[in-house]
Design a protein around this ligand. Structure first.
Ligand SMILES: Cc1cc2nc3c(=O)[nH]c(=O)nc-3n(C[C@H](O)[C@H](O)[C@H](O)COP(=O)(O)O)c2cc1C
Length: 261
């Protein structure tokens, strides 16, 4: 169990860990002085580590280091609304890519951002398959098009293929497929992919959700197995690469209707 307990020398009994632990694993001991940790319901969310001003939480094997907030930074306003809001608005679903492959470290920067997305009960089972090989991408594209239910779309896309176009992945240099042994991981994958796409944008990259591929690979596990080797549930698919397009403004979007009770 990675959270081992509390360093009693450092602990000032401020009780922040008691208040913030979502699964009530911290409590006052019988003597009403020491704080006691009970691991039985711990979901490894690390809030105790994050909230402890004395760095008194003992842990091991968390497979990551905490991110220290520098004195001068107020973490909640690291990015202002004034810069975040336009950043969110200018994000486009990119469907035109340069053929250049991304350096490994850039790819991993994007994937690394996804690990910090929230997940239900902090469970982190999903994995990522990265396809960068052109022949493999082409085989996958054709197998997806051939399995499309709508005859009209299928024929339109097959025609586009004869003209060297890729209506599924847009000849993007990289395809990322997220999969898990748990079908309910789909919400976790959706949020993580959103983190990844925003992270990609901050690196000057383009990305796009590929619902067409997700739908086919989800409904046809045999195709997923044959062309991707994935034996479990496919929960999300996206493209990634340097954009070969420039946008000059962010398009308008309808308001979200808000009802108040
Ligand atoms: C769940 C989901 C699935 C999508 N699937 C596809 C897809 O298969 N092909 C595609 O070209 N765009 C796909 N998109 C992108 C949307 O079409 C896009 O978000 C929409 O056109 C608005 O454009 P914007 O993202 O640039 O604002 C998908 C988006 C989402 C959220």
């Amino acid at each position: 169990m990675p959270i081992i307990g509390i360093d009693v020398e450092k602990c000032t009994r401020c009780r922040k860990c008691i208040k913030d632990c979502p699964t009530q694993n911290f409590s006052l001991g019988d003597n009403q002085e020491e704080i006691v940790y009970n691991s039985s319901r711990c979901i490894l969310c690390g809030h105790c580590i994050a909230v402890c001003p004395e760095n008194a939480i003992l842990y091991k094997d968390m497979k990551d280091e905490p991110l220290d907030f520098k004195e001068s930074q107020n973490p909640s306003t690291l990015v202002s609304y004034e810069s975040l809001h336009p950043f969110l608005r200018v994000k486009r679903s990119v469907r035109q890519y340069q053929s250049t492959k991304l350096p490994k470290e850039i790819l991993h920067k994007v994937i690394n951002s996804m690990r910090y997305a929230p997940t239900g009960a902090n469970m982190r089972y999903f994995k990522c398959l990265l396809i960068s090989d052109d022949d493999k991408k082409n085989l996958l594209t054709d197998s997806i098009i051939n399995a499309l239910e709508s005859r009209d779309t299928r024929e339109t896309f097959q025609n586009m293929r004869t003209r060297g176009l890729d209506p599924i992945f847009f000849n993007a240099p990289h395809i990322l497929i997220f999969y898990s042994k748990n079908p309910w991981d789909t919400r976790n994958v959706t949020i993580a992919m959103t983190y990844g796409m925003l992270s990609a944008q901050s690196l000057g990259l383009g990305s796009c959700w590929i619902g067409f591929a997700h739908g086919v690979l989800q409904d046809h596990p045999a195709i997923a197995r044959k062309y991707t080797g994935i034996e479990t549930y496919v929960l999300g698919v996206m493209t990634l690469g340097y954009p070969a397009i420039k946008y000059y403004c962010a398009p308008p979007r309808p308001r979200i209707e808000v009802k108040e009770l």
